[in-house]
Design a protein around this ligand. Structure first.
Ligand code: 0O2
Length: 241
């Protein structure tokens, strides 16, 4: 690992400007994708009087995180190879209240003609063994520079509040180095059980929301019928006069 760190330090020293430029491009790509989600949220709020997005978090992967991934993937240590092979340098995490909103937002994003889907990993339909659930999309988005259009890769993670709560706690446990092995094992079992409970909670909350929407629709339909009965009754009376 030390070797690769030294190599990377050399790479940074030789390529400070190109590396800074590349990171700036990733930040621009994040802005593009974040804006797209903000626009969708705004539109839903206007049209359906509800916001599908609870929060959006963004980050550019740390140099340390990039180095670890280069090491894990055993890829060449060049900027070109990093850009080509590491697809989560730019990350956008979209947190929703309900699972159905995740798929709705993903579809809306992927329908946009400047977004190209590179990879989709559905850890909601097929959770990881740890219990991790989220929908991951790797997309390419264009950024428009002074005299160039450049496609950048962005990893979009879509998840519910419950999925996010679980993942942040599990992430903390995963990266704590000083937990005794047997305690770490018990925590992993406990977290897997919590993942199951949180998935059930998501489904029940979704079901409640769907029932509220159906009940509201029935209520509105009843009201419309009642009003049209009143109107036609009034009309009948006035024509009989
Ligand atoms: P960070 O700090 O979030 O950046 P690939 O990139 O396709 O070569 P990778 O990295 O295994 O392979 O992709 P994966 O598993 O589809 O997604 C990686 C990211 O998803 C992680 O990023 C986490 O953010 C999240 N993730 C995936 N599995 C888990 C899990 O079991 N628990 C938690 N808490 N998060 C998970 P990084 O790079 O690990 O970290």
């Amino acid at each position: 690992m030390n070797n690769i760190e030294d190599e990377f330090l050399d790479l940074i020293q030789e390529n400070t400007k190109p590396l800074d430029t590349l990171m700036a491009y990733y930040r621009c790509a994040i802005m593009e994708v974040e804006t797209k989600f903000k626009v969708l949220n705004e539109q839903f709020s206007l049209e359906y009087d509800r916001n599908p997005i609870e929060s959006i978090k963004t980050r550019v992967k740390s140099i340390d995180g990039i180095v670890k991934k280069v090491h894990r993937k055993n890829i060449p240590l060049t900027l070109q190879s990093i850009e080509q092979n590491i697809t989560d340098i730019a990350g956008v995490r979209v947190v929703c209240s309900f699972p159905e909103d995740i798929y709705l937002l993903a579809d809306c994003l992927l329908q946009q003609d400047d977004i190209r889907l590179i990879e989709k990993k559905d850890y909601i339909k097929k959770p990881k063994d740890s219990g991790y659930r989220s929908l991951h999309l790797i997309v390419a988005v264009p950024i428009f520079l002074q005299d160039e259009k450049r496609e950048m890769k962005v990893e979009v993670q879509l998840r519910t509040i419950a999925m996010d709560f679980w993942a942040s706690l599990e992430h903390k446990v995963r990266y704590k180095k000083n937990i005794p092995e047997n305690e770490a094992e018990q925590l992993a079992v406990e977290l897997t059980e919590c993942a199951r409970i949180s998935a059930e909670l998501d489904n029940r909350m979704q079901d409640i929301r769907n029932r509220i929407a159906a009940a509201e629709k029935t209520g509105t339909d009843d009201q419309i019928q009642k009003q049209s009965r009143i109107i036609s009754g009034t009309l009948r009376k006035s024509t009989n006069r």
